[in-house]
Write a protein that binds this ligand. Structure first.
Ligand code: NDP
Ligand code: 8X3
Length: 256
């Protein structure tokens, strides 16, 4: 049964990886989309592709940096005057660098804290009052295995993701008595542009992360997102840990 058709989903970080795969998966479920990311050309190309494939859907794009509250608030509020957001996928995020906390790069730290944490808060703070007015909505925050268990040199990235997990709990608590549901989806290793971004564009280093085992695919995460969203209104899936079969924790990875 499709319980989400004709709804509207805002996906942050729709230009790549999980967000991109989720855009395709939700479009296939006849969900209208607001696609947000910084790379405007990719947003345009995706919007054209989906509009051709699903001509009945309304696809809108927002070329925005989630770290800039003024832009997030004004642009999203403009869209929400016409198009209420039923579903919010707080997915935009990154790891930048992998190094000791002793001599970590401050620019990397600020990028991660501003995007993964403050960006998620800015978008949520803009969307939530409208959801509350309508007493309905579904939010999925993308956490991580790294938010459950800190690994060597993961420090600030892991801290942002553990904070995302805390904010998911906080949202659920603060929304008690409303129809708004919140889920923290925490994946393990998935082969997207994540590691290329973490290693500042070093493709070989990024590829080596996924050698010798089958990581999650972006499509696997998108499938899970559809499952969570499609649960009946009385079911609130609050937390999902989703790992490659080869990986049981950051320290237990079976590589051939
Ligand atoms: P990708 O690098 O493939 O995608 C990241 C997305 O986030 C891109 O669309 C990017 O778009 C967007 N983004 C980054 N910074 C900003 C910003 N400042 N403003 C708006 N959009 C931004 O990685 P993934 O798909 O893997 O990552 C998605 C989420 O999943 C992240 O939160 C990540 O931490 C998390 N995660 C990833 C795992 C993995 O192993 N891959 C595992 C667990 C969690 P653009 O550059 O166009 O702005
Ligand atoms: C991203 C995946 O492997 O860095 O959250 O924990 S990992």
């Amino acid at each position: 049964k499709n319980r989400i058709q004709n709804k509207t989903a805002l996906i942050t970080g729709a230009t790549s990886g999980f967000g991109l795969a989720t855009a395709h998966a939700l479009a296939a479920m006849q969900v209208n989309l607001i696609l947000l990311g910084r790379r405007e050309e990719r947003l345009q190309a995706l919007s054209e592709e989906l509009s051709q494939q699903y001509p009945k859907l309304t696809i809108q794009t927002l070329a925005l940096d989630v770290r800039k509250y003024d832009g997030v608030k004004s642009e999203l509020e403009k869209i929400m005057q016409q198009t209420p957001v039923d579903i919010l996928i707080n997915n935009a995020g990154l790891a930048s660098g992998l190094g000791s906390i002793v001599d970590g790069d401050l620019e990397d730290w600020e990028k991660m804290i501003d995007t993964n944490l403050k960006g998620l808060l800015y978008v949520s703070r803009t969307v939530l009052p409208k959801m509350k007015e309508r007493n309905q909505g579904h939010i999925i925050n993308i956490g991580s295995m790294a938010g459950n268990t800190t690994y060597p040199n993961g420090n600030v990235y892991c801290a942002t993701k553990s904070a995302v997990h805390t904010l998911g709990q906080a949202m659920n608590i603060d929304l008690t008595g409303t129809g708004i549901r919140v889920c923290t989806l925490a994946p393990g290793a998935a082969n997207t542009e994540f590691s290329e971004v973490r290693f500042h564009g070093d493709r070989d280093k990024a590829d080596s992360v996924y050698q010798g085992f089958q990581p999650l695919l972006a499509e696997d995460v998108a499938d899970m997102i559809v499952y969570i969203l499609n649960a009946p209104a009385h079911v609130n899936i609050q937390k999902v840990d989703m790992m490659p079969t080869a990986q049981r924790s950051p320290y237990h990875l079976h590589q051939e």
